[in-house]
Design a binder for this molecule. Structure first.
Ligand SMILES: [Zn+2]
Length: 342
């Protein structure tokens, strides 16, 4: 009893502190990305870490303790940041430095041997290049973003994170510069690129004020199945959120035709029918899909199956539970949730 009380108190005490350290680290990573990309020079960056970082991020460096420990923290954190940061002059790949050892001069530029200086303290664990990319994309020029996209430097997962970061920061045009080169040659695209369709549609929609139009039509005529179906399914939810039901349903039909095996299709169809205000048709379609699924795969209990059962049993209650009128983009959000279960 006493122990669980103590551990609860401990958690309450630790949590805000950990959160604020993470926020500080995130600000420090952004500032380091700025510094590194601007000069692309390691010794200059290490001086910056020693002179600037502890005063700009006291909340973070105060954790370290006294002067020498802070110095060591600036050194090892600087090394982790530098080693993870992709450099434009290095083909957008990091140029990692070997860690100092023993009698090497200490990288903090104290003129002491490493072992007697920063080497006395524990090293900061390495950072992932994937994490640094999120900050680096914000520092690159439009031309550099285009180069990164064209050179195919970033794997799809990282490209998705980086383009979402630009979108969230209110730069849809810059997100498009990163994504467009890849989509200019659809023959190179595979199923792995599907997660990029979401940010791509969002960028189109932001630029063409509200609804993806011309650029999307061009893309949809060149993509091949199953990617073309995946694009149509996303477009259908965009249109549904704008209550353009006729267009939404024709996109949905194309999605069904071009990627019929997609697990999320039945749930999205039922959700769109509920949202449009056709509960009995939604229940009918859910029953149809459930019967199909029983034939195809006798296992029950998946989240999509449970949703379809709810729609079939009580569409009105399901509508009340799932369809939140007033949410900015309920159909897109529902699809995103279904795709995570797919
Ligand atoms: Zn040192």
């Amino acid at each position: 009893m006493a122990r669980s009380f103590n551990s609860t108190v401990l958690q309450m005490w630790r949590k805000p502190r950990e959160v604020s350290i993470l926020a500080d680290l995130s600000r420090l990573m952004a500032a380091a990305a700025h510094e590194i990309i601007e000069h692309q020079e390691s010794s200059r960056f290490f001086s910056w870490m020693q002179l600037e970082a502890p005063t700009r991020f006291p909340e973070f460096f105060d954790q370290a303790g006294d002067g020498q420990a802070r110095r060591a923290m600036a050194t090892s954190l600087g090394l982790a940041l530098w080693n993870a940061t992709p450099l434009p002059d290095h083909g957008y790949r990091p140029a990692p430095l070997a860690p100092a050892e023993g009698q090497d001069p200490c990288p903090c530029q104290s003129a002491e041997p490493y072992v007697a200086c920063c080497g006395r303290f524990a090293a900061f664990p390495g950072l992932e290049t994937e994490q640094m990319w999120l900050y680096v994309v914000e520092e690159l020029s439009d031309e550099q973003l285009w180069q990164v996209g064209r050179a195919g430097v970033l794997p799809p997962v990282e490209l998705e994170g980086a383009s979402r970061r630009l979108l969230d920061g209110g730069s849809p045009r810059r997100a498009l510069r990163l994504l467009a080169p890849l989509f200019s040659d659809p023959s190179k695209l595979t199923a792995e690129h599907e997660p990029l369709l979401g940010p791509l549609l969002q960028a189109f929609a932001a630029i063409e004020s509200g609804m993806p139009g011309t650029a999307l039509k061009r893309l949809s005529s060149t993509l091949r199945p199953p990617l073309s179906g995946a694009l149509e399914l996303r477009h259908a939810t965009f249109l549904a959120d704008a209550e353009q039901w006729e267009e939404a349903w024709s996109c949905f039909a194309r999605a069904q035709r071009e990627d019929p095996r997609r697990q999320a299709l039945p749930a999205v169809e039922a959700f769109l029918l509920l949202t449009e205000g056709h509960p009995s048709r939604a229940a009918l379609r859910a029953r149809f899909w459930l019967a199909q699924r029983r034939r195809a795969e006798p296992t029950h209990g998946s989240a999509i199956g449970v949703f379809l059962q709810q729609v079939s049993a009580d569409p009105q209650a399901t509508r009340a539970a799932y369809v939140h009128t007033g949410a900015p983009r309920p159909c897109q959000d529902f699809l995103a949730a279904m795709l995570r279960l797919d």
